[in-house]
Design a protein. Structure first.
Length: 312
């Protein structure tokens, strides 16, 4: 597999339409990108907190690179803002969409239970369309379920130069792929329940803008996206470079399944995909949120920045 410093040649933003549910419709220029983002931001009604709203950090004209950041399950765009602003200051355009059902003032809202997988994917796909109009090249970076959504959207387009999946969520810890598919079916059939993330702890790792509970129905839909990526990867990889990043001490997701998916993509197109396992991070899933007391952003931010800058 290719090292993080190697580059790949990827076509600039174009208008390829996918045959698997998502359609690329990139903004044609910066002005259209601004208009498209405004349409995306309108979805953030008065029930959405300031931390939960989608973000667009631009420079008034097209730049060389736009980065689409995808937040994690039950978190919101604020999760990425600190890191994103540092990259914006270096001349990059930034788009951070709010995933449907997330970012509400009411952190006990039932909204996530009503969100479909299609709505989640369409939101990120729309954000990539914005990014295409705002820059020459697009990089997509996602954490956790964001690290699963990113490759799924990239599989449907030819205009994402680099996708970085940080601690991607393809299976729950100690579940293999087959067990995860069975769990997905069960959770999708049973009535929805809201389960506490930290039922016996002090909740210190849950950000003030995140939800303390998760919807089992939404979890099933996220796992459906993960399963789709695994299936599609049997026959093809995204057009651009894909980088999987796992934490060796990952406490929530099963690294073996993530690495299996990355290997499938690499077999589908040699040189398309590589995987990195970081062995010096603590047992902590959210490795990028600055409010997480176990997030080693002193290690993660520089490494992630280097991947973005060195990538295509």
């Amino acid at each position: 597999m290719r090292t993080a410093s190697q580059r790949t040649s990827t076509p600039p933003c174009s208008t390829l339409s996918s045959a698997d549910g998502l359609r690329a419709n990139p903004a044609r220029d910066f002005n259209e990108a601004t208009t498209r983002f405004a349409a995306l931001a309108v979805r953030d009604g008065p029930e959405i907190s300031s931390a939960g709203r989608s973000r667009f950090f631009a420079h008034g004209a097209r730049t060389q690179r736009a980065i689409v950041f995808i937040h994690g399950f039950t978190n919101c765009p604020q999760q990425w803002v600190s890191f994103a602003k540092s990259l914006h200051a270096e001349g990059n355009t930034i788009v951070i969409p709010r995933l449907p059902g997330h970012g509400y003032f009411d952190r006990a809202t039932s909204a996530p239970a009503h969100v479909t997988a299609a709505e989640i994917l369409e939101t990120v796909n729309d954000a990539v369309d914005v990014a295409c109009g705002a820059a020459e090249r697009v990089t997509v970076v996602g954490l956790s379920i964001g690290g699963t959504i990113g490759p799924r959207v990239a599989l449907a387009r030819d205009d994402v130069a680099h996708t970085i999946a940080l601690v991607p969520f393809f299976a729950i810890k100690r579940f293999d792929e087959a067990a995860t598919r069975r769990l997905t079916g069960v959770l999708g059939t049973l009535p929805n329940a809201f389960v506490p993330w930290d039922p016996f702890g002090d909740g210190s790792q849950i950000p003030s803008y995140g939800y303390p509970k998760f919807s089992t129905r939404t979890l099933a839909r996220c796992l459906t996206i993960a399963g789709d990526v695994g299936d599609i990867a049997l026959s093809r990889a995204p057009a651009g470079l894909t980088t999987f990043v796992c934490n060796a001490k990952e406490p929530a997701c099963e690294n073996a399944v993530s690495l299996l998916v990355s290997e499938r993509m690499e077999r589908a197109r040699s040189g398309s995909t590589h995987a990195i396992v970081w062995s010096d991070l603590p047992a902590n899933h959210d490795i990028i949120d600055p409010t997480n007391p176990k997030a080693r952003i002193d290690l993660v931010y520089p490494r992630l920045r280097e991947m973005i800058v060195a990538g295509p």
